[in-house]
Write a protein of this length. Structure first.
Length: 202
């Protein structure tokens, strides 16, 4: 079973979801049978929703999907099988609740019922849940996804709009430094007799 069609992250994630259903059922919950699970960037991209918290997964409610299903995205910034598994458990809790409760009481009831613990916005598997996840992973194999390291490029030089000081309608973009060190003349209004008309910041 480990090697059968298990090269794609989505295949692995869906196998895991199927194996997790009995766990949810024992707690009195049912994973939606039409939930879609993907390995991909969340709506926040590879970014963070706070200075210390990297978004590892996201579940979209049914109204967000044209097909009317819950869509779960597991971020590729993590590839550790056990961590990915407990992130998926977290997102499946949202799918069961259809995101109605956020991380409130309704979500907490499902999450703690299946063995998630900690702050509800950043749950981790309890020791008991961790052991169950390890057993499943031992059967279906390790998560077939490489960790992707992504660093946002720092913003480049900001270009500022400049317009003709004579209000002829001419405009162009130049950095603040360039503007201060090498102010540009308006080619429409500057005359050969030395009457210079400069472009100014809009």
């Amino acid at each position: 079973m480990k090697n059968e069609n298990n090269k794609l992250a989505e295949v692995w994630l869906n196998k895991l979801s199927t194996r997790l259903n009995p766990l949810f059922q024992r707690a009195g919950f049912e994973i939606p049978n039409d939930v879609r699970i993907h390995c991909g960037w969340t709506s926040n991209g590879a970014g963070r929703n706070s200075a210390k918290h990297v978004v590892l997964g996201e579940c979209f409610n049914r109204a967000s999907s044209v097909d009317g299903v819950n869509e779960i995205f597991i971020s590729p910034v993590k590839a550790d099988s056990l961590r990915v598994a407990d992130v998926l458990v977290h997102e499946l809790c949202h799918a069961i609740d259809n995101n109605v409760s956020g991380h409130g009481a309704g979500f907490r009831k499902i999450a703690t019922g299946v063995g998630l613990t900690g702050k509800m916005t950043q749950t981790v598997a309890s020791p008991e849940l961790e052991e169950q996840l390890k057993e499943i992973i031992a059967d279906i194999g390790e998560y077939p996804q490489s960790e992707i390291t992504y660093k946002k490029k720092s913003q480049g030089t900001r270009m500022i709009k400049h317009v003709c000081s004579n209000e002829c309608g001419a405009s162009f973009y130049q950095s603040r430094t360039q503007s201060e060190e090498n102010p540009m003349l308006c080619s429409n209004c500057t005359r050969n007799d030395g009457a210079n008309v400069y472009m100014v910041q809009a």
